[in-house]
Design a binder for this molecule. Structure first.
Ligand SMILES: [Zn+2]
Length: 196
């Protein structure tokens, strides 16, 4: 094998999920090649272990067991946090208002077409919520059109139930100056104003 073919193959593998840019992948590979003394055993072992990961059939979280370690207990929670992707869940944190890890992952974060939205697992979410005995779900979504569409589908799915569906507040982020706000953010912040 020629070295550039090796680089191409590795680059293809690393960029398969679409989350790593081709450039970043190439840089990483070349760093590995340049530093040929680097010990890859930990990396290889970790990659090997990804084979054993499973998606929980109850909440879609990743774990090494199915049901996941949370779902295999009888934990109850008044609120369920819903995430657009497992990586969002990891970034934002895993505790709900009850201080429990009552989290559900809906979709894979790349849902944009109607048929994809239809394929979201509303029934699974409904079952998860009732198993938890929850009375509220909190949509921990990004603020963009795609997420708004999914939120609307979820709201309409649960509209005939007593379940409260809430989402993260929109407005001014902490530490930001009002003088730099765009009009749209200002309008939403005004609409969501708080009593002091
Ligand atoms: Zn689970």
């Amino acid at each position: 094998m020629k070295i550039h073919n090796l680089i191409d193959d590795l680059q293809l593998e690393l960029t398969k999920g679409g989350n790593i840019s081709k450039r970043a992948a190439k840089k990483y590979i070349i760093n590995l090649l340049v530093d040929s003394n680097s010990d890859l055993s930990n990396l290889l072992q970790s990659l090997e272990e990804t084979k054993f990961s499973k998606k929980c059939s109850i909440c879609n979280k990743l774990d090494f067991v199915d049901p996941c370690s949370y779902c295999s207990t009888n934990s109850k929670s008044k609120t369920v946090s819903v995430f657009n992707s497992y990586s969002d869940l990891l970034e934002i944190g895993t505790k709900t208002l009850d201080g429990m890890e009552s989290n559900f992952v809906i979709g894979d974060g790349n849902k944009s077409k109607k048929q994809d939205v239809d394929n979201l697992q509303f029934k699974m979410l409904e079952d998860f919520v009732s198993k938890q005995g929850a009375n509220e779900i909190i949509l921990m979504f990004d603020k963009n059109i795609k997420s708004e569409i999914i939120s609307e589908y979820i709201r309409s799915y649960f509209s005939s139930t007593k379940l409260k569906v809430s989402s993260l507040a929109v407005g001014i982020s902490l530490g930001s100056s009002v003088e730099f706000l765009d009009q749209q953010t200002m309008n939403v912040a005004l609409k969501n104003r708080e009593d002091n």
